[in-house]
Write a protein that binds this ligand. Sequence first.
Ligand code: GCU
Length: 389
Amino acid sequence: DPLVLKNGQRVTDAAAWTRQRRPEILEFFRSEMFGRRPATPAGLKFKVFDEDRGALGGKATRRQITIYFSPDEKGPRMDLLVYVPAGASGPVPAFLGLNFAGNQAIHPDPGIKISESWQRDSKQPGYVKNRATEESRGAMKHRWDVDAILARGYALATAYYGDIDPDFNDGFQNGVHPVFYRTGQTKPAPDEWGSIAAWAWGLSRALDYLERDSAIDTKRVAVMGHSRLGKTALWAGAEDERFAIVISNNSGCGGAKLSRRVFGESVHQINYSFPHWFCGNFAKYNERVSDLPFDQHMLIALVAPRPVYVASAEQDLHADPRGEFLSALHAEPVYRLFNAPGLGTKDLPTVNQPAMGTIGYHVRTGVHDVTPYDWKCYLDFADRHFGRK
Ligand code: GCU
């Protein structure tokens, strides 16, 4: 029950949620699952290294920015790619999301800088010895409906998640973690950030940049992510309330999916396969998920009263569509405290029939992926909540 405090008392209004229960739940997720993150560094630096006002055949302005996480320019840094629709009459709302294969993979636009960072082994052409080559341009374009996003008046900002922390278990020696070690510290403490928390922290740093970009309406930025980056988007939205909408695409275990249903990927499996994603304390629950002081509907509730969208795919049983739906549903009592309509259904919707209240949900036909259909739903949801037609 998201509305019962640790001391057994019941939360009955929004003020008590915000003042008492939300901080309690946030602390559970910080100390037991994702790990604590450092504050915004004082030495954050932004360098705009590219601007093309006639990008994508005149449809957009493209900007690329390096965000340095420390005063050392050779240290960890992230390249942010931003497309702003051409002809906007004022600041526009935006979608922000991390990508899996380098910025150049999201679109064949020859102006996008090719990632120089370590890349995972990829079945896509264009990746050789863990590096991206020219041939990787547009390799993941099917996941980013740039045309639809721009045509509907939104900007898109994206960065490669491996710029923040390469996605393999090296005991947190590379990526952003070491920048924040105390003297003598060699790895995060059991309640300090794993990789997902680092990626989520990186999304906040991208938002720090967007706040300086006058083309972007930073009160209307939706954070979106797929799969491990969907888990990341949810945690980013929980940690950073500047994100106005939070979107989880097929996030599954450790994201939207309930852990106690024990369907699809388990807590044990995820900690075994990806020991670096969560903080050290999370492994305590491998054999006893019912001892977790929360379940994933409470992660969704941390977004309240802001709009949140959970999307599943029918064939993505590893991510447990029903468990993702139930999380969205059981976050509703918290939204109700704010008089915000929840999902508007108690039953798992039929495929390709989105439910859209302040909580949105759909299960679409097909497999684990991001499709133009998913984007269409996110754009409709954002239009509705950002007061657009
Ligand atoms: C694996 C993992 C999932 C994760 C997915 C992804 O399948 O088990 O938890 O969401 O990778 O990120 O693609």
